[in-house]
Design a protein around this ligand. Structure first.
Ligand SMILES: [Zn+2]
Ligand SMILES: [Zn+2]
Length: 315
């Protein structure tokens, strides 16, 4: 089948084969799949990944409970037997593979193998183009699982990219008072059009008035900026990984009793409901679509500063 593979270099190939199925696996015929920051990082050697890329997708299940239906798939494939899984933390299963990220071929392909437990049906009200955003919206929804939001919290989101935009929309929907700090006029305007207030990074006055700062910059400087904005006893949430080591002065965390929370994958069912209710607007984030054959051009586009979501049209 056709697939976009990373093996030291990014390649489009015609001759990729699906791996043999395990008992609970379902083949999903991919309709669309989105390129995300993690894919760009994997191409820089992050996680030492080699194989078919892609973890944000919508497709049609060939068999099982969802046969013939449109589905999106959670990306962590857990063993469901170990102690961590039994503590209901399958996303942290030490034996897990992660679709398109670690030890598991991804969805930039005609088909992808997904455990049936990971699948969620996509309701008719949600278009294919919107369904590609279920995975990153779920990641944004993870924040509300990790900290109690009463509504009215002052939240600063650092980063005006794909994930920053979705975190801002989700937290606004939760009743938080959200502003986004970014560098890109076009992306900030887009947020303003969604009635989310924004400020350019170079105009930012360090004022420690945020109850919560969400770092979606993917940059080593994000955490330092967050420390200048979070109030004493406030919370910093790290949404993006930085591949390189970084050093930071830890004393402020103690002196000001700042909570630091790492945050990764989240609840698909909640994300699907938000999309179904039109609580989140994703159309403005769609930058361009490409066929799998144009993978190199598509990745080149996704890297550009003015790009938000670049999507592969697979069928
Ligand atoms: Zn992603
Ligand atoms: Zn496990």
């Amino acid at each position: 089948m056709r697939a976009v593979v990373f093996e030291g270099t990014l390649q489009f190939r015609h001759d990729v084969e699906l791996r043999p199925l395990d008992q609970d696996d379902v083949i999903v015929d991919v309709i669309k799949a989105g390129i995300c920051e993690t894919d760009l990082q994997l191409c820089q050697g992050y996680m030492g990944f080699s194989g078919t890329l892609g973890h944000e997708f919508v497709g049609i299940a060939r068999s099982g409970l969802f046969a013939g239906q449109r589905v999106a798939g959670e990306i962590n494939c857990a063993c469901h037997a170990c102690e961590i899984c039994q503590r209901q933390l399958p996303n942290h299963c030490p034996h897990r593979t992660v679709i398109g990220i670690a030890g598991h071929d991804g969805a930039f392909a005609e088909s992808v193998v997904v455990p049936e437990k990971n699948l969620h049906a996509i309701p008719d009200e949600i278009s294919d183009g919107e369904a590609v955003f279920v995975e990153p919206i779920a990641a944004a929804c993870r924040i509300a699982e990790q900290i109690h939001l009463a509504g009215g919290e002052v939240v600063t989101v650092l980063g005006d990219g794909r994930l920053g935009n979705l975190c801002a929309q989700v937290l606004r929907h939760q009743g938080c008072r959200v502003r986004v700090v970014g560098k890109h006029e076009y992306k900030l305007n887009l947020l303003e059009q969604l009635q989310i207030s924004t400020i350019r990074l170079d105009k930012l006055q360090p004022q420690r008035d945020s109850d919560i700062v969400v770092d979606c910059t993917g940059s080593p400087t994000g955490l330092t900026t967050a420390l200048r904005l979070v109030r004493p006893c406030g919370t910093i949430i790290l949404k993006t990984t930085v591949a390189a080591d970084q050093s930071i002065h830890m004393a402020p965390f103690v002196i000001d009793e700042i909570k630091l929370i790492g945050s990764r994958c989240g609840p698909f069912a909640v994300a699907i409901e938000l999309l179904r209710n039109h609580a989140i607007s994703v159309e403005p984030l769609l930058t361009a679509t490409y066929p799998l054959e144009e993978a190199i051009v598509a990745f080149g586009h996704a890297v550009r500063k003015d790009a938000l979501k670049v999507v592969f049209n697979v069928r």
